[in-house]
Design a protein around this ligand. Sequence first.
Ligand SMILES: [Zn+2]
Length: 72
Amino acid sequence: MVFWGFPYLLNTATREVHYLPAKTEQCGISRMKRKNKQYLCRNSFDRLVIDLYGSDLEINGCRHCLSKHDTD
Ligand SMILES: [Zn+2]
């Protein structure tokens, strides 16, 4: 698993993003479907946050591992 090149994992079904170096059991990553997993490098993640800010598709950080971006 390449954490450091692509440390963010976007669940494309829920729009929730996990930060893999801080992931916990509660993240449920092992229960995510493979087709819903999109790995993001830091630059891609930063760009998504900026592009989607304030839109319906705004990034929702996982409350367990990316609480800085948690929106619900
Ligand atoms: Zn998480």
